[in-house]
Design a protein around this ligand. Sequence first.
Ligand code: SF4
Ligand code: SF4
Length: 385
Amino acid sequence: MEKNVTLPITDENGYYEIRLESIGGLGANLCGKMLGELGLKYLGLNSASFSSYGSEKTGTPVKGFIRYSAPGVDIRIHSPIKKPHLLAVFHSALLSDASVLEGCGSYTNIIINTVNGKEWEGFKGQQDYGGVYFVDAQKIAIETKSRVNVVMLGAMAKVMGFVELEALNAICEAALGRKYPAALSGNLEGIRRGFEEVRAACEYGGGQGGEERQDVKGEEGAKDGRAGKSQKKSGSEDVPTWGYETAPIGGINPNYGNCVVNDLSPSRQGYFPIFIPEKCINCGLCDTTCPDMVFQFQKGEFKGREMMINKGLDYYHCKGCLRCVDVCPVQALVSGVEAEHPRKEYFMPNQDLIRNPLNYEKAGPDGYVTSESYLTGRRMKGGEV
Ligand code: SF4
Ligand code: SF4
């Protein structure tokens, strides 16, 4: 099966570069490894891949970097990829932080895991991209009992244009077949559907100008024109408003994975806990088990006794691990498919962390939330807060 493919586009060093933007739990790290092996074993290319992620696996930002080059071109650069030829966004919610598009330009094809592409609306017409593609990887993953990463792998192969489905299947069998044989057929189906169902944004009525994939096949060795060419500065490259020198004292950064107010919702993989308060006996086991301060208990009365009552969940912090469902002794928490419950009935913003919940619900990538300790300090000094 091995063959020598011709890279359709390369940078000044002769590299074709891929960046994965993801959240821990969606499998981007494994996906990057598979892409790296794919290049070496099945495409006859030189390849290198590595990921960057934080200490806690689920819910924290993950970036994957993959470089390909022709056999005669050594890969000697091992730094993060700034100007990718292919950018894969594993969860549409990541687009709330424009820095995921950093360095993208007319040489970049972008694939977004999204239901209908509405998260892309705000980016339309802002910058010239090679192509923008959508795939509902979450839905496909649920239907095929696979994972988002393999569906994105299939979509990436289609958009790259030089990877055949057969090679993807082989790398999937090698990576997962031995370890998880029961899950292999679902993963192969997920890859196939990702390959077949990825669509240009224009087919959703979105994107920018109804672009098609740049058909660059046959332009052997074409340089992408990134070097020495002044790029239109994308919004994502703007200097952040809040930084090390400008952030207010006591302020906290609410970006993904940064602090107690982090938004973990993008790391849910289609499932979330549903609360049935009529069954709840307020035992508190869910609160003890949950790693992310989701449950909101307040003083109240239960069976004539004053006690802490489970008032609901702050789904903003919930990463969908479903440990609470396992531990609840009376099935007051059950697992549900999130897409079937657009209205989260027992959503209750975390009352302890933020005095005004809207402050953090609306905080954007450059927003900040002022901590209670800072506010208390101000009050003690007689200041108004
Ligand atoms: S574990 Fe179940 S019964 Fe106990 S407080 Fe949580 S939801 Fe209620
Ligand atoms: S699924 Fe349950 S245990 Fe897991 S983060 Fe959400 S609320 Fe907490």
